[in-house]
Design a protein around this ligand. Structure first.
Ligand SMILES: [Zn+2]
Length: 464
């Protein structure tokens, strides 16, 4: 059926009364909007997203799509646009952020806000984070409206501020004060993407879960004293031992639906040695050696298996001849989505086993709420797999649990099933310094085009 539909499109035949899109004109328009959005400097901080929102508002309203603006700070607005469906099903939310991380212009070959096209790439801050998703959301809205696609659910577009720097202006403002404007059954946002290695498409990654950042403080206390008379109770000594014990401890491994499917599917596109490891993670005879291998060689995979602990700050002492009465370390704890943090702190206390060291929660890094993984058995995820196979030459879809945190956690914690998608990028491009948050940033122009069409067809598959 899908092939037939594509055939009808390519022959320019009308489909259910809708005129087929003129793809050449559409892609020229996509490029125009993409370059215009990249050329708006929305660096965060300070995060002045207003020009991007004004640009999107104009483009949407020109098409007859109504727009609402929600702002905690008038310079940092969020935009919401809605295409009405029949109401048979709950809405689909398309989300992207308008801000970008800062740049050091001296590091750029092309101007960071130039959107220069060169050798098949478009260069500029935000080209793969997140103005690619932003333009895809815009073009999907325009195309659905233009074609008069009948919708069984509303399609909502949220262009949010502050994702990179301060969620107070963006997702937190929307969730706390205007949730009804974005409430949906499903959400498509950043966080995934097709992986190309050595020019070959490897897989399409779809983010379905993420770990939750939690800070933990270790505070060691003892009597102060003269440095010439060492004390067994020295706070620095106790703290160092506590940090060493915690670092040597591997919290228990636990898989969820996402990570189980991830390793199973990854094994099918890996070398025999790798596949042997991915297929035997829970094999009692092999798991210990595999986990040790991950800890040394594949730290991302190690982190996906467990709540992880990384000691990242240590403070203590102020002069060489004084034994300090206090020393403190901060642990970056990245919890599995279902972790019980109160119980986890108890386990850390048991591992340290030292009454001189207090274990306390720190203010939560990033401020992200606990969020359950999104489900893999929904019609939306099935649509992602189907449409991805069609657009990415049959490549396998890997559900991903991100070890870092995203704004999707706010929506997942409210029960929205969120799926992170993105264009194909070369896995070599990040290490070369052209990835998201790198010194420079670029996107393959052909992949931007493919992603926008994929995005539109996916939204249509979910909402039609
Ligand atoms: Zn981003």
């Amino acid at each position: 059926m899908r092939t037939l539909l594509l055939l009808l499109y390519s022959l320019g035949l009308p489909l259910f009364g809708q005129a087929p899109p003129d793809w050449t004109a559409f892609e020229t328009e996509t490029l125009k909007h993409f370059q215009a959005l990249v050329r708006l400097d929305t660096s965060d901080p300070p995060g002045v997203e207003l020009p991007a929102v004004e640009y999107l508002k104009k483009a949407l309203e020109a098409e007859g799509i109504p727009v609402e603006i929600f702002a905690r700070d008038p310079q940092r607005p969020n935009l919401v646009a809605r295409l009405k469906g029949s109401g048979a099903k709950r809405p689909l939310l398309l989300m992207a952020h308008t801000d970008v991380v800062n740049v050091d212009p001296a590091k750029w070959t092309f101007p960071p806000f130039g959107a220069v096209r060169d050798g098949g790439y478009i260069y500029g801050r935000g080209t793969v984070d997140d103005k690619d998703n932003l333009v895809a959301c815009l073009m999907t809205m325009l195309l659905l409206k233009r074609m008069g696609t009948p919708l069984s659910r509303d399609v909502i577009f949220l262009a949010e501020a502050g994702e990179e720097g301060n969620v107070r202006f963006g997702i937190l403002h929307m969730v706390e004060n205007h949730f009804a404007a974005i409430d949906a059954e499903y959400c498509l946002a950043e966080g995934g993407g097709a992986n190309r290695t050595a020019g070959k498409l490897r897989y399409v990654g779809v983010s379905t879960a993420e770990k939750i950042p939690n800070g933990v403080r270790l505070i060691s206390r003892g009597p102060a004293g003269h440095g010439s008379r060492p004390l067994r109770s020295n706070a620095i000594v106790h703290l160092s031992q506590a940090v060493a014990k915690v670092a040597a401890w591997q919290p228990p491994m636990r898989l969820n639906d996402t990570t189980r499917a991830y390793f199973e599917r990854l094994a099918t596109i890996s070398t025999p040695e790798e596949a042997e490891r991915y297929n035997n993670i829970v094999n009692p005879d092999k798991t210990e050696a595999i986990q040790e291998y991950f800890a040394v060689h594949e730290p991302g995979h190690n982190s996906m298996l467990r709540t992880s602990i990384s000691p990242n700050i240590i403070k203590g002492g102020y002069r060489s001849n004084v034994i300090p009465s206090e020393a403190e370390a901060t642990l970056d704890v990245r919890a599995l989505p279902d972790e019980d943090m109160a119980r986890f702190l108890e386990r850390i206390r048991a591992v340290i086993a030292d009454p001189a060291v207090e274990v306390a929660p720190a203010s939560r890094g990033g401020g992200r709420p606990p969020a359950p993984p999104s489900r893999l058995d929904t019609p939306a995820f099935a649509a992602i797999e189907r449409v991805a196979r069609q657009y990415y030459s049959g490549a396998i879809v890997l559900p991903l649990m991100q070890t870092g945190a995203t704004d999707m956690s706010y929506l997942r914690s409210r029960g929205i099933q969120c799926y992170g998608i993105g264009p194909a990028t070369d896995s070599e491009d990040g290490p070369k310094g052209f990835g998201a948050h790198s010194d420079q940033e670029r996107i393959l122009e052909a992949e931007l085009r493919r992603f926008v069409r994929f995005h539109w067809d996916l939204a249509r598959a979910i909402a039609e």
